[in-house]
Design a protein around this ligand. Structure first.
Ligand SMILES: Cc1cc2nc3c(=O)[nH]c(=O)nc-3n(C[C@H](O)[C@H](O)[C@H](O)COP(=O)(O)OP(=O)(O)OC[C@H]3O[C@@H](n4cnc5c(N)ncnc54)[C@H](O)[C@@H]3O)c2cc1C
Length: 390
């Protein structure tokens, strides 16, 4: 297939200016502070505001909402330039999930209130979809909002809401019509994450990441905080998924760790010979490099569709399915190369590569679960992509 990936002079200029800014401003400390589950530390917050002030965080968004114009190509350039440097775009949930849905469906007041603050790096959002008995089957969610004059009153429980303990706002999906068919009775709201009646409890994960249970006890939310139309929430969530999957997963992020591993094999001996001379190690490295290339080809294909204005359907599911399992295999290959010492974590004496592969192996476990499990994605690819019967 011929992917149209050419960029204009203006897009090239954006890439080089953003790249120069990141090379100058992005320190290892900022990258370390800005993991998905911890929010921004002081230096990372200052960095987000500085980036916001350049207008680049609002790249691709209309100027009247605090953006700096440009195209979806610019947005893709932005995530790639961050990923290349092993960093995450600040306020990523707000920037690539909530903002685009608001832009397409939100009221003028909502857009004016929130988009400029997202583009300036000021506010962060947490994603509130999953419930204890509604993960893959989100349409079965039960948390409910009841119409009460100027407000809705919301009660119930969410689980695995990763950013809730630091986010300013909750991007919340709830049932607004219990009598309608399941997909037609869900709405999206923007809720102040610290509103009275909300309780947040931590859940610690294998990867060391914190996520949360979030309880709502008759939380009053003004009607102006309804996103788009009542009972259309499920469609807004689904519509955003392909875009999110393309913007959040970038295989280029694995290239720096791969290069460090490669260098390690060229400088480390086992049994009197360099690891790089061992055919088994060479096989692992070749497999890793090949799989990164395959993931990049899938990303290019999805991006070409987005660029042409075509909908991302099963292509985004395929990308996420392959990319997430590929990252897990990447960590397995790395641990095989490093041998038993590879399991030593950061701070342990003799941990190869500072324990980064041991950490990676734990953090990638969630990749095949969050944002759609691999089993669900396989069904999407089989039915929508290949036309197989359900
Ligand atoms: C660390 C972490 C962070 C997360 N962060 C967030 C967040 O910020 N916000 C948020 O809303 N959610 C978040 N999630 C939730 C995540 O999206 C869900 O865990 C995921 O969608 C799966 O749902 P579940 O855990 O209820 O599993 P289930 O849906 O109960 O699935 C259990 C198993 O059954 C399989 N299965 C289920 N249905 C089918 C089917 N029809 N066919 C075949 N197999 C099936 C699944 O593949 C899985 O293996 C997070 C999860 C984790 C672990």
């Amino acid at each position: 297939m011929d992917f149209n990936l050419t960029t204009t002079d203006a897009e090239q200029k954006f890439r080089s200016e953003l790249g120069a800014f990141l090379d100058r401003e992005l320190t290892p400390e900022i990258c370390r502070q800005h993991s998905m589950d911890l929010g921004l530390g002081p230096e990372a917050r200052a960095f987000a505001l500085k980036l916001g002030a350049t207008g680049w965080l609002g790249r691709g968004w209309p100027k009247k909402y605090g953006g700096s114009g440009g195209t979806v190509v610019d947005e893709y350039i932005m995530v790639q330039e961050f990923a290349r440097r092993e960093a995450i775009v600040p306020n990523i949930v707000a920037r690539f999930m909530c903002g685009p849905v608001m832009l397409r469906n939100g009221s003028e007041d909502m857009k004016a209130e929130f988009l400029p603050r997202i583009a300036s790096g000021e506010i962060e959002f947490s994603l509130g979809y999953t419930e204890p008995s509604s993960g893959s089957d989100l349409a079965s969610m039960r948390m409910k909002a009841v119409d009460d004059g100027d407000s809705f009153v919301i009660s119930g429980q969410k689980i695995f809401n990763t950013q809730s303990h630091f986010a300013d706002y909750h991007w919340l999906a709830v049932r607004t019509n219990p009598d309608a068919p399941r997909h037609h009775g869900i709405s999206l709201f923007v809720v102040d994450q610290r509103a009275p009646g909300i309780t947040i409890r931590p859940i610690e994960t294998l990867g060391g990441e914190r996520t949360n249970e979030v309880f709502y006890d008759e939380v009053r939310v003004p009607k102006t905080r309804l996103v788009g139309e009542l009972n259309k929430g499920f469609y807004y969530m689904a519509e955003a998924l392909g875009y999110e999957r393309l913007m959040l997963f970038q295989s280029v992020r694995l290239i720096p760790p791969f290069k460090r591993l490669l260098e390690y094999t060229k400088t480390t001996k086992r049994g009197g010979r360099l690891l790089a001379d061992n055919p088994d190690v060479q096989r692992h490295l070749a497999q890793m490099a090949t799989e990164i290339k395959v993931a990049q080809a899938l990303e290019d294909r999805a991006f070409a569709l987005l660029k042409n204005g075509d909908p991302l359907d099963h292509e985004a599911s395929l990308l996420k399915l392959f990319g997430s399992a590929m990252r897990q295999r990447f960590a397995d290959h790395a641990l095989d190369i490093l041998g038993p010492l590879g399991r030593l974590e950061e701070g342990a004496d003799g941990a190869p590569l500072g324990g980064e592969m041991a950490k990676l192996a734990k953090t990638v476990v969630v990749d095949t679960i969050g944002g759609g499990t691999s089993e669900i994605l396989k069904t999407v690819v089989a039915t929508r992509g290949m036309g197989l019967p359900r």
